[in-house]
Write a new protein. Structure first.
Length: 441
């Protein structure tokens, strides 16, 4: 094909024919033209836009570029959950076993940390022995035995997405909704799902900063899911403060287990239960949301979800004694308590910067070669709406290199704002988006 002519068409605002776009994308996958030409098309599409048919074609071609799972022999409904990324978001560790004990099969393909956001795989690997690099055969075996398996994307799943994303990351074309939606859905659709529930976040700790951006992304994701005959539901949730009280891999794993023990922070528990109940309804396991909510809460309080998590973790090689006795894991080599430099009602966090601060301590990566320190991170002792006295304890920092703690107490204080007026605790779950439209919650 004439690649320059094809790029010119999009530059001039024209829509591509489906077969021509498919051929263009597959030619790039097979190295038939250069990265700089794909980069030019990405910028042209970013500026001129893709319509619904082009977005579907992009998703389909990414999906078809790799391996697709086949779970057609499984009797239970297959459902997964995806988050668009946030600070302190350990919910997959709670939701996956909850959904599995409530009658779903959960083939969960998870990711690693990206920028200021943590990764589910990194949290799982904080437990000694936990294997997230499963082969397709291993994944299938564990899923069939336990109704749940959690692993990373293999090289065989949506390789076109992986190749294009590497260019988007360096050409300032990441933040375009059709690109984001196609990237997310091409991987999720490879799981042979009946239903998918999305946690689309907005705020200072999210990739989508405004409610409007989050709703637009949710609508695009739902539309793609429905076009591929996957019942897709999205919740729009607030990410203006970290979820729960911890940021960092073992700290978050520990908090997730505490929630599975019937304890833990209210916000993480509330959102985990709501997302799981929506999964059960979307998958057709329950018709009524309130009934689904009751079943999920029962699975949580009875300890059944905790037992499922231990069962699956063991099947994936984890030393579950660390999950059975959370005190067995030692603390990091160094820690520092942080005290408030101001006083008042806590009104805001610079949430994204808190994620980067945790990275500075060793909890995340800045390059793919960086090694994560599983025990590093931040324990927060305050939330938005709390009244904080000057010099009271607001956080504890953990890391394995003392030098990393230098001035971090000052840095953390700069990421918190106070008000003299009473501040209301923010509403966590704002909207539901599905094939019927948008519903305020």
């Amino acid at each position: 094909m004439n690649t320059a002519r094809f790029i010119r068409e999009k530059r001039d605002g024209k829509s591509h024919k489906t077969e021509e776009l498919k051929n263009f994308l597959n030619s790039y996958l097979h190295n038939e033209f250069k990265d700089y030409q794909m980069s030019a098309w990405l910028m042209a599409a970013f500026l001129q836009g893709l319509d619904a048919e082009e977005t579907k074609c992009l998703t389909q071609t990414m999906l078809d570029s790799g391996q697709k799972m086949d779970f057609s022999d499984l009797k239970k409904p297959k459902v997964d959950k995806h988050s668009t990324g946030g600070v302190g978001d350990k919910l997959s560790l709670i939701i996956a076993p909850l959904a599995a004990v409530c009658g779903a099969t959960v083939p969960m393909i998870s990711g690693r940390g990206l920028g200021h956001t943590g990764g589910t795989l990194d949290k799982m690997e904080s437990v000694p022995g936990f294997n997230v690099k499963l082969t397709t055969a291993e994944f299938n075996k564990i899923l069939r035995a336990h109704d749940l398996a959690m692993a990373g994307q293999t090289a065989e799943i949506a390789p076109l997405d992986k190749k294009i994303y590497a260019l988007r990351d360096v050409t300032a074309t990441v933040e375009y909704i059709p690109f984001i939606a196609a990237s997310i859905m091409s991987k999720k659709l490879s799981e042979d799902l009946d239903a998918l529930v999305l946690d689309v976040k907005f705020g200072s700790g999210a990739f989508m900063e405004s409610e409007e951006q989050a709703i637009a992304l949710a609508k695009a994701l739902v539309e793609i899911g429905e076009r591929f005959k996957v019942n897709t539901v999205a919740l729009i949730t607030d990410m203006n403060q970290p979820l729960g009280n911890t940021i960092g891999n073992w700290l978050e794993m520990k908090e997730a287990v505490e929630i599975l023990n019937g304890k833990g922070p209210k916000d993480s528990r509330e959102l985990s239960v709501a997302l799981t109940a929506n999964m059960l309804v979307a998958a057709g396991i329950h018709q009524d949301y309130d009934v689904a909510l009751e079943k999920v809460n029962e699975a949580l309080t009875s300890g059944k979800a905790k037992q499922k998590w231990l069962e699956v973790a063991k099947a994936q090689g984890a030393d579950i004694s660390y999950l059975e006795d959370l005190t067995k894991m030692p603390e990091s080599s160094f820690k520092k308590e942080v005290y408030a430099s101001n006083e008042g009602y806590l009104s805001a966090f610079k949430c994204r910067e808190l994620g980067f601060l945790a990275n500075d301590l060793g909890a995340g990566r800045y390059t793919k070669e960086d090694e994560i320190e599983p025990l590093a991170g931040i324990q927060l002792h305050v939330k938005i709406g709390d009244y904080v006295k000057k010099n009271s304890l607001i956080a504890t920092l953990y890391c394995n290199k003392e030098a990393k703690l230098t001035n971090k107490d000052l840095a953390l204080n700069e990421l918190i704002s106070f008000s003299n007026e009473v501040v209301t605790e923010p509403r966590l779950i704002r909207y539901k988006v599905d094939k019927n439209g948008i519903q305020e919650l």
